[in-house]
Design a protein around this ligand. Structure first.
Ligand code: AHR
Length: 780
């Protein structure tokens, strides 16, 4: 009989520390903050919505009449004014001057608000009477227009004042709404009409949604990166512009004094969840805060602060560290204390820039780095390595990190499940003496169990390389099911429910059982590895003018193995048309051509598809892709694409370029006018019989053996380690296509069981993950 695979752990030997390895990435996209984690239930509470944020927005957006029709301006009766605002940063307010009783309605961020029976809701507003002491009735209503909770507020005083009341809901309703009634003969100005559940996460006023934050807390994350992604650097350079880059100083202080802004993901952000709240949330979650700041460069629109004017931007970074860590006598420490947190937040890390492309960022990064290093030598500084897993910007980021001595480099990639399997050993060859990897954004492009499982196999590789990979977080974290900018996402929610995807359960498992140190272990008698992808890079060759008009000439395909040369006459390819131009049966070929862009039209550039099997499996050379900024190689496998490598490059109209693509085995190189542009191996997808790592947890004095099986057959092995006891298994498995939904939020099989009796025959289920917790016998 064939011997079982054997796993043996070397107890008592600690290797690389695992530090803060697994954490969270938060970005306010998909309405993750307003209409999401931030517990405010009213949309457009301060009448600041504007066309600048999104087409169709206006100051009365999301407000309705009692009959459900959109609220409109009525001369002298319903107006949005700017004459005497609460604060210049919050210039608009609602002016009601009515003879008859009049009601306005807000349904929140969905088809309605969720109210729970016997739960309390904090309604507040700022009001300024222009005549008498008007009474305002506040009602929670169900979808049938029945009142299920109500209170009355009397507005008095000569100026703006804040008024608050707590309303208890008598019923649980899914699609309720808030109704605010002004009595007859009312003349009043109101602003900041706000409704929060009293039960926010940890009971914080202006706090977070309890259910969402508790889901995060249950993961045991070691850090949280905020406030984004592209959100931080996409914007104008002037911090008081409505569409400015994310400037943290705009996000602190009393909420009614914070300017609401255009969010670069196409909606309004109130900034109610600002930097103080982010730090507070991190503290409540017992996780390290990792703020990321813009470096005065917007790569999306090529806006750059002149180097000699960088001073205030660098000061922002220094002030942020003082805000988080300074004592209460420092300027920014005082502001933190005034906001309710005299103790420092003990921030350890700061990120400068987000997936930056172009030398302009790196020219600026140096100044930030020097200033932070000089004033705060203990802060770990994170550099940026572009949006792709390899290529010119990736290299530029790493080079800058080595030159400047950045502690960490922020890598981002969203790839196919196959890519994660093929690149399992990516970090094995990294230098453990240089800057460490912060894998600040990654995901395998869907929320099915297969995606989560391939991510799990990859995470085994991350922690096995904990001497090179210091931090890693899945991205993005949150999506409101009614406002989706980006998929996949780890956690989805509506107004009443929140659920984790299979990817969430993987992240949670790895976070909860992260451990403090890797330990050595041996795997013996393993079965053969399996080859998943086809061996050859040969196949059809097609061209596509992805939204462009391209003239091409001398298109030649040379199949070196077969000794065949194919010539295609010159031609024009337009818009989205796709044309087959030849084939290479072998995986040793060269494609040469000259091309020219004519006309102004340009979407995703000129594409050469090669090694084409079918619509779901091929390689692409994209010339002048995304915003005419890229020259990249992309690999489509089973319908999911991965950028293998990218260089920045722009196509000029009317200029002829001579291009060459060489494929040898699976190595791909490209040249434009004789200059090397891309160089990459399209790695074979090889499935290992088991993905394994073993760690020790100093805090619990436990060992964890972590096993991921991506095959359709179970993996059974013998644990040869002597002197271990109290073996407990945590197992998750499912079918590759399984995914969770709001109505069916837990499709995976998850169980925990005792393993003390079965060390000789332990099974990791097909498509399954098995973690084994164990203790060393005393005296080991
Ligand atoms: O996570 C979504 C987006 O992906 C982030 O904003 C950006 O950094 C990346 O391109």
């Amino acid at each position: 009989m064939k011997e079982l695979p054997v796993i043996d752990l070397e107890l008592g030997k600690k290797e690389a520390p695992l530090g803060d390895l697994y954490g969270l990435f938060f970005e306010d996209l998909n309405h993750a903050a307003d209409g999401g984690l931030y517990a405010e239930m009213v949309q457009n509470r301060s009448f600041e919505f504007s066309e600048i944020d999104k087409e169709g927005y206006h100051p009365l957006y999301a407000w309705f009449n009692e009959d459900g029709s959109p609220l409109k301006f009525i001369p002298l009766t319903i107006r949005v004014l700017m004459d005497t605002p609460i604060h210049p940063n919050n210039p608009h307010y609602l002016k009601i001057n009515t003879k008859q009783s009049l009601a306005i309605v807000n349904k929140g961020f969905h088809n309605g608000m969720y109210f729970e029976r016997n739960k309390k809701y904090r309604f507040s507003l700022f009001g300024k009477p222009d005549c008498g002491n008007p009474k305002i009735s506040i009602e929670l209503r169900d979808a049938n227009h029945q009142t299920i909770g109500n209170e009355v507020i009397t507005i008095d005083g000569d100026n703006w004042n804040r008024f608050e009341t707590i309303i208890t809901s008598r019923e649980t309703v899914e699609n309720g709404y808030l109704l605010i009634r002004f009595d007859e003969n009312t003349d009043v100005a109101v602003d900041m009409l706000s409704l929060f559940p009293v039960e926010t996460y940890k009971g914080r006023i202006n706090g977070c949604r309890k259910d969402i934050a508790e889901l995060l807390e249950s993961m045991n994350p070691k850090f949280m990166r905020f406030p984004g992604g592209c959100l931080i650097h996409d914007g104008s350079l002037n911090s008081s512009d409505r569409d400015s880059m994310y400037r943290w100083k705009n996000t602190i202080g009393p909420v009614e004094t914070r300017p609401t802004r255009g969010n670069s993901w196409g909606y309004n952000q109130t900034l109610g969840l600002g930097f103080f709240e982010y730090f507070q949330l991190c503290e409540d979650l017992k996780t390290e805060p990792i703020p990321v700041l813009p470096a005065g460069f917007d790569p999306h629109h090529q806006r750059a602060v002149p180097i000699e004017e960088l001073g205030p931007w660098i000061q922002d970074a220094l002030d942020l560290i003082e805000f988080a860590n300074g004592d209460i006598n420092s300027k920014w420490g005082t502001i933190r204390a005034e906001m309710g947190h005299p103790k420092p937040f003990h921030m350890k890390y700061i990120g400068i820039g987000n997936e930056e492309v172009g030398q302009a960022f790196f020219d600026r990064y140096v100044y930030f780095h020097k200033a932070i290093r000089e004033k705060y030598p203990d802060i770990q500084i994170i550099n940026s390595a572009g949006p792709f897993a390899a290529g010119s910007e990736y290299e530029r980021g790493w080079q800058s990190a080595r030159q400047n001595g950045s502690e960490l480099v922020d890598e981002h990639y969203y790839q196919s499940p196959d890519w994660f399997l093929a690149n399992h050993h990516r970090y094995d060859s990294y230098d453990s003496n240089g800057p460490k990897v912060f894998l600040g954004e990654y995901a395998s492009k869907d929320n099915k169990w297969w995606n989560a499982l391939t991510e799990a196999s990859y995470m085994i590789g991350l922690e096995r390389n904990a001497d090179k990979v210091a931090l890693a977080c899945y991205a993005p974290m949150l999506a409101n099911i009614d406002f989706v900018n980006w998929k996949p996402d780890m956690i989805w929610f509506n107004q009443s429910k929140v659920y984790g995807t299979p990817n969430y359960y993987v992240q949670k498992l790895f976070m909860k059982y992260q451990g403090t140190h890797t330990i050595p272990f041996q795997l013996n008698n393993l079965p053969e590895k399996q080859l998943k992808s086809k061996k050859s890079s040969g196949g059809d060759i097609l061209i596509k003018g992805d939204g462009a008009i391209i003239e091409y000439d001398d298109f030649t395909i040379i199949d070196h193995s077969a000794g065949i040369e194919q010539h295609v006459k010159s031609g024009v390819i337009e818009d989205m048309s796709l044309a087959k131009v030849g084939i290479s049966e072998s995986d040793n070929y060269t494609i040469k051509f000259t091309f020219k862009k004519t006309g102004e039209k340009w979407d995703k550039g000129f594409k050469i598809l090669f090694g084409y099997e079918d619509n779901d499996n091929y390689l692409t050379w994209a010339l002048g892709g995304w915003q005419n900024q890229d020259c990249l190689i992309d690999c489509m496998r089973e319908g999911a694409s991965s950028v293998l490598t990218q260089s920045i490059w722009a196509v000029e109209t009317g200029v002829a370029y001579h291009c060459e693509l060489h494929v040898k085995n699976r190595f791909i190189t490209t040249y434009i006018n004789g200059q090397l542009f891309n160089e990459i191996e399209d790695k074979l997808t090889i499935i290992e019989p088991i993905y394994a790592n073993a760690v020790y947890d100093q805090k619990t004095d436990e060992y964890y053996l972590k096993l991921v099986n991506v095959q359709d057959i179970p993996f059974t092995f013998r644990l040869a380690t002597d002197r271990v006891e109290k073996l407990r298994a945590i197992e998750i498995s499912g079918l590759p296509e399984m995914s969770n939904t709001i109505d069916n939020p837990s499709t995976l099989e998850q169980k925990e069981y005792d393993l003390s009796e079965t060390k000789d025959d332990i099974t990791v289920p097909a498509y399954g993950i098995l973690f084994i917790r164990m203790n060393a016998c005393k005296g080991t």
